[in-house]
Design a protein around this ligand. Structure first.
Ligand code: BES
Ligand code: MN
Ligand code: ZN
Length: 539
């Protein structure tokens, strides 16, 4: 798609050279300043053919006095980017299957266009024109639309241009995430995700990729991750992506994406109804790959690491059984009470692996719990973090990119239910507060750095007739990274380096004495870290 910012306002609108013109109006801003268009609008409203109510559109073929042969009036609730995006989407729906090659969008007189409006437009276009064809070649091809223009004031042109460019790059990342999500489990295997990561590195010189295979994972002692892959014939992969846009000394942001390419539940088998949707259980991984694509195109001055533990969760004679105890890379042992709580089992080892990058912050993204869908529905992703500054940065990025998250609690007390008689941790709490206990489980592996967790179980895909990946939260993550890149000294800084051991540290470490864990140096390390900085419930 070719995106243009064209300076045209008022009387120039009816003379714009395009095949279709979409005019976005609001209840308060119902005119364009173009006589022919305004006459048409007033007439349509008077005749009750068009109402200035969000969601309403009117298509006019060969409108009198207008050069474009197709005109759509589209009503937005207000002038905000979110409402503008919805109105553009509605307008496009009316013309996208027609013959128009070049569609221009105009905003009502007085509707000030910003970077955010332009970015929203590019995303609406990508959304309207996306078709999944990979395993359905008979699906109708994307329409004739090749060129989109946003008509703006001369003074708005720079901002609009920037928004369109950013929106286009974002649309590429979102589309990649959607496509990978939609790809069935027999196509989108762990090996396929590794292939996609390598493709990214091939096409973008700022991206490097490394794929760790089973022997390397065994050597790293990722016993928790590997336990999930036991029942599967597909080899597990651990994908490490790196984007370097700043000096090597600059602490990176680390994104960790859950990459379960199919979640049957394992021996704790899921019910059959709707199980096909568990192909989307690699939505976190897809969002990391999508974000890397967008960031590689925009090239902000920031360093980024992406970690994707990926495997299938299958039942078989070799699968992990309920009650099995596994040893994570951190040294903490885990009683696998339910093999369907596998996401946290692969993420915890990736979170331990993340320590080596001495990150400024780590954000994991996972379709982790059905409980999060019950709590928040499909509107917001769930955000969990004990770090207020990081949480605010992510929430703000969500608002800016119209890819929102809602903060959830993370008190240590929720972890009570994770106690086990046979291991350091059980992998499930009760049904109550299931999204929170899952987050508290992960927090036990994140003591070394600033960390936030995004549960995208409700936001990564849509069910029903419109079943399909959403590409979320590529928008939120990208905005967060761009904001961090431009924040300079105000950017999130890594936790201070570990202080010399003090009495308190020793005390907690010795509390572990007599348990199995103390024999492993890594376990000692975790205990020492929690003494230095309690994870949850901290302001
Ligand atoms: N991938 C699922 C979470 C999920 C379920 C996302 C439904 C979207 C819709 C995850 O691996 C899972 O199965 N979680 C369990 C955890 C439970 C066993 C504690 C769940 O949510 O039921
Ligand atoms: Mn599961
Ligand atoms: Zn899962």
């Amino acid at each position: 798609m070719d995106y243009r910012a064209i300076s045209a306002q008022g009387p120039a609108l009816s003379q714009v050279n395009a095949d279709a013109l979409v005019v976005v109006l609001t209840p308060d801003l119902a005119h364009t300043g173009d006589a022919a268009l305004d006459r048409l609008i007033d007439d349509a409203v008077k005749a009750q053919d068009f109402a200035l109510k969000a969601g309403k559109t009117l298509y006019v073929h060969r409108p009198a006095g207008v050069k474009a042969s197709r005109l759509v009036l589209s009503a937005a609730a207000n002038a905000e980017p979110k409402a503008f995006k919805a109105a553009v989407a509605k307008g496009l729906a009316a013309v996208k299957d027609l013959g128009a090659v070049h569609t221009a969008v105009a905003a009502a007189q007085g509707l000030a266009l910003t970077t955010a409006h332009a970015q929203a437009l590019a995303l609406a276009v990508a959304d309207a024109t996306y078709v999944f064809r990979h395993t359905k070649p008979s699906a109708p091809k994307a329409g004739a639309l090749k060129k989109m223009s946003l008509l703006c004031a001369a003074a708005e042109q720079t901002a609009v241009k920037q928004g369109l460019a950013q929106g286009e790059a974002l649309a590429h990342g979102v589309t990649l995430a959607r496509e990978l999500g939609n790809l069935p489990g027999n196509y989108c295997t762990p090996s396929h995700l590794a292939h996609e990561a390598r493709q990214l590195a091939k096409t973008h010189k700022h991206i490097k990729v490394e794929v760790l295979e089973r022997p390397a994972l065994e050597k790293l002692k990722m016993g928790s991750f590997l336990s999930v892959t036991n029942g599967s014939a597909q080899p597990p992969k651990f994908i490490v992506l790196r984007y370097q846009g700043a000096a090597a000394s600059h602490a990176p942001l680390v994104l960790v994406g859950k990459g379960i390419t199919f979640d049957t539940g394992g021996i704790s088998l899921k019910p059959g109804a709707g199980m096909d949707e568990m192909k989307y259980d690699m939505g976190g991984a897809a969002s990391v790959l999508g974000t890397f694509r967008t960031i590689a195109e925009l090239q902000p001055k920031v360093n980024l690491v992406g970690l994707i533990p990926t495997c299938e969760n299958m039942p078989s004679g070799t699968a992990t059984k309920p009650g099995d105890v596994v040893t994570s890379m951190s040294g903490q042992t885990i009683e696998v009470l339910n093999t369907d709580a596998e996401g946290r089992l692969i993420l915890c080892d990736a979170l331990t692996y993340a320590e080596r990058f001495k990150p400024a912050a780590v954000v994991d993204i996972a379709t982790l719990t059905g409980a999060c869908v019950i709590a928040l529905g499909h509107q917001h992703s769930g955000l969990f973090s004990a770090d207020d500054e990081l949480a605010q940065a992510l929430l703000g990025a969500g608002q800016e990119s119209l890819d929102t998250a809602w903060r959830m609690p993370l008190d240590e007390e929720y972890g009570e239910s994770l106690k086990s008689n046979f291991a350091d941790l059980g992998n499930v709490g009760g049904r109550e507060g299931g999204a929170i206990t899952a987050a508290v489980f992960l927090s036990k592996f994140t003591q070394a750095y600033r960390w936030a967790h995004l549960d995208i179980a409700g936001s990564a895909w849509k069910s029903g007739a419109a079943k399909g990946g959403t590409g979320r939260p590529v928008g939120l993550l990208t905005q967060f990274i761009l904001n961090q890149a431009s924040a300079g000294a105000a950017a999130i800084q890594p936790l201070p380096a570990k202080p010399a051991k003090n009495v308190a540290t020793k005390k907690v470490a010795s509390k572990q004495a007599g348990t199995k864990a103390v024999t492993r140096p890594a376990a000692k390390k975790v205990a020492a870290k929690s003494a230095r900085r309690p994870a949850a419930g901290r302001a």
